[in-house]
Every structure is written in structure tokens, then in C-alpha cells.
Design a protein around this ligand. Structure first.
Ligand SMILES: C=C(O[C@@H]1C=C(C(=O)O)C=C[C@H]1O)C(=O)O
Length: 392
């Protein structure tokens, strides 16, 4: 029997009230899940641990979802304050397996494209982040804070969800793809950044921090990569992330930690990053959720020291982040799974979209350059949205 086509799965995504699509750039993971067997809205790590033990008992389907970045609440959302669900059925496209009970979804014709009615940017972002720069210049112990901004776009019509998935596959082939749908809301991310993968007692994570644009041609691109690799500010920013991840993994009893001594370069269509892959071994009593709790937020999304950075984010950013930069992913019934961080992302409901982007700020950061960097980081979602204005 031939496995269902992705085209059919994308139709089902659009028709289901609850759905998920999750794919990794290494081609090892691609899931579509539909229907809802169980859900947890806005749970803490501890509540998620208890809920997970209950719903995964004797079940075949994995669980998908994510934690909000921090405790700040978004009032009008049933998705952005943290949401996990166990789909009624999950299609593993890589292994060509179906887990759970197939549900019938009837094909319908779709909406006919949308347009941008208004676009609102946080044009005062520079002034607000300058406060954090001044603070770090005066307080040497305040090393780094990642500050985000949002772009709000009012659309003229609903989004075509099938097209979102197709656009991610076409325009962001080197990123993870995550699309989560619940209660008429969507969260979409094309993130390059893995928080943690656990498989057969082995752990893999990565530090992704330090950013430069892509070049117009191969030699310009290599020159920029070289500039990034030798840039002292970016190397310091990156090293802060590597050192914190390492000590948090040691605190979580991860052994045999391995990582290259100097960073590599990770390229996405819009930007390139300093990148250090890190692996280790898990003890039998450890769990994916316990490691996420220990790692999140890394200074790639929060800062250093963490408590000061979280307070600064809450004080300076205009709106709560919700799932933006939060841990999102999949947990298999056997406890293996993979979480990424929800950056290069957007939240959609009711013809309204919020796009998110942030940048690591240090004492010697230049506010205008950081703003330009966040513009580049908004492009993956802008490109996905622009394709909606061109297609059927
Ligand atoms: C916060 C974001 O990106 C993070 C910040 C980076 C940086 O400042 O160099 C790089 C990668 C991410 O860890 C984002 O894309 O929104």
C-alpha cells in the first residue's frame, strides 16, 4: 500500500481544527498530526511532566507543542501561553508510518489569496534597547540580553495554511519547520536553532549566536563568514552561550560532553550564524523535559545573567513573547524527542499576524545595526506571507 501523499496531508492540515506539522532540515523528522486526543493549555514544566506520563501511557502517538518563553501572559490566546496536544493521528512521513486512528477530513475549496492592509513596526525599538546598552556599559556583570521586536500585519483575508507549509519547504529548506494550529490560531516558525534532541540515550544541542548577512555571491558570502568568525564582539557573544549551555548540561548530569573548540558557520538564506554543535550522554533517570527546564532560556534567547536578562526583556519589550523563542517540539512515547526554539516565527489569528525577531545585545552593540539584523530575521516569515499574496 502506498503512503498518503504530502499534498493530502497538507489538505488535512487545513481542514483539521487541531493540527501540527514539524520537520527537521536534516530530513530525519517530518510529522503531520491531526485531531486532538488530549491537550494541556498553559502548563508549567512540572504540569507538563505529569500530563505527559498520563497521556502517553499505552499510546502510540507522540505529543507536540511548546512552552511560552516566560511567565508573561498574552490575554487573548489559547495557544501562545504554552500549548501541548496529543493528535488523534500522526503521520510519520520519513518512516511512512501512521500512529493512532485515521480520521476522515473532507476536501474543500480554499480561500483566494490575501493582501497586506497595514504593517506596524516598533520604530522606537532603537531608543528602548539603548537603555539596555547603557546599563551594560555601566554594570560589567550585565553581559548580554536578547531583545525582540514585533511587526503586526493586518491581512485582508484569511491565510491559506497549505500554502504556508509549501512556502516553508520552498523558501526555508535549511531550517526546521513548525506549524501549530489550535482554536483558530497558528504559530509558525522556520528556526535554524535546535534546543535539544534526545535519541537512544544520546543528547544533541547547539549554540547558535552571532549573526551576519549573506553575501551577493560566493566570494562575498565567504568574506562575510570570515568577518563574522573573526569578530571579537560576536565571538564573545557566542562564547557566553556555549559556556552557559555546557555548565547547565553538567548540572543536568549529562556526561561525555563533546564540542568543537571553535565555532562553525551555519548558513540560512537570509543570515549566517556562529554555530557550535554539542553532544553528550544521558543518564537513565534523566528526561527530555528535565533537560529543557535546565537549558531554557539559553543566553541565545535570554541573556546573562539570566534573571537580570529576563527582567530586562519584560521591562523593555513592548509585548509578551508567548511561544516566540520558547521551546517547541515533539516527545515520543518512549521519551525520545526533539525541541527547537520558536524564532523566525509568527502568530496568526483572525486575519492578524505578529512577526517576531530578536538580537543579542552587548555593551558595545550599535542599536541601528541590531535593528537591521532583526529586519533580516523577519524575512523568512515575510517571504512566507508574501507568497500568500501571489498564489490562488
Ligand atoms: C532571537 C533571535 O535569534 C537569536 C539571536 C542571534 C544573534 O543575536 O546573533 C542568533 C541566533 C538566535 O539565537 C531571532 O531570530 O529572533
Amino acid at each position: 500500500m502506498t503512503f498518503v501523499t504530502e499534498e493530502a496531508l497538507q489538505w488535512s492540515f487545513e481542514l483539521a481544527n487541531d493540527a501540527v506539522y514539524f520537520a527537521s532540515p536534516d530530513g530525519q523528522t517530518k510529522y503531520y498530526g491531526f485531531g486532538k486526543q488530549a491537550e494541556l493549555i498553559g502548563g508549567s514544566f512540572e504540569q507538563a511532566q505529569i500530563w505527559l506520563a498520563k497521556v502517553q501511557k499505552n499510546q502510540l502517538q507522540p505529543v507536540f507543542g511548546g512552552f511560552a518563553f516566560d511567565e508573561q501572559q498574552i490575554n487573548d490566546s489559547r495557544l501562545m501561553n504554552g500549548y501541548f496536544f496529543q493528535p488523534a493521528v500522526v503521520y510519520d512521513v520519513v518512516k511512512q508510518q501512521v500512529m493512532g486512528q485515521k480520521i476522515d477530513l473532507v476536501r474543500q475549496t480554499q480561500s483566494s489569496g490575501t493582501d497586506f492592509a497595514t504593517i506596524k513596526d516598533e520604530t522606537d525599538w532603537h531608543t528602548r534597547i539603548q537603555v539596555a546598552i547603557d546599563d551594560m556599559q555601566q554594570n560589567m556583570v550585565h553581559e548580554k540580553v536578547v531583545l525582540g521586536r514585533q511587526r503586526e500585519i493586518q491581512l485582508t483575508a484569511a491565510l491559506n495554511e497549505r500554502q504556508i507549509i509549501k512556502s516553508l519547504q520552498k523558501t526555508q529548506p535549511t531550517s526546521y519547520h513548525f506549524v501549530l494550529k489550535h482554536g483558530g490560531e497558528l504559530f509558525v516558525s522556520a528556526t535554524p536553532e535546535r534546543l535539544v534532541k534526545v535519541a537512544n540515550g544520546q543528547l544533541a544541542t547547539a549554540a547558535v549566536a552571532g549573526t551576519i548577512k549573506r553575501g551577493e555571491n560566493e566570494s562575498a558570502d565567504e568574506a562575510l563568514a570570515n568577518e563574522l568568525w573573526h569578530d571579537q564582539k560576536n565571538r564573545r557573544e557566542h562564547q557566553t552561550v556555549v559556556a552557559t549551555i555546557k555548565s547547565n548540561l553538567e548540572a543536568a548530569n549529562i556526561t561525555q560532553l563533546k564540542m568543537p573548540e571553535t565555532p562553525q558557520i551555519l548558513k540560512n538564506p537570509q543570515v549566517q550564524h556562529l554555530y557550535t554543535p554539542i553532544t553528550g550522554t544521558l543518564s537513565a533517570d534523566n528526561s527530555l523535559l528535565a533537560i529543557i527546564k535546565q537549558l531554557h532560556p539559553t543566553p541565545a534567547l535570554g541573556g546573562k545573567p539570566s534573571t537580570w536578562a529576563l527582567e530586562t526583556i519584560a521591562a523593555i519589550e513592548k509585548y509578551p513573547r508567548g511561544l516566540f523563542s520558547g521551546p517547541i517540539g515533539v516527545i515520543m512515547p518512549d521519551g525520545d524527542g526533539e525541541f527547537i526554539v520558536g524564532i523566525r516565527s509568527m502568530w496568526y489569528r483572525n486575519k492578524l499576524v505578529n512577526l517576531f525577531a530578536g538580537a543579542g545585545i552587548l555593551a558595545d552593540s550599535d542599536a541601528a545595526m541590531e535593528y537591521q539584523e532583526t529586519d533580516l530575521k523577519l524575512l523568512p516569515m515575510m517571504n512566507v506571507l508574501k507568497e500568500q499574496t501571489l498564489h490562488d
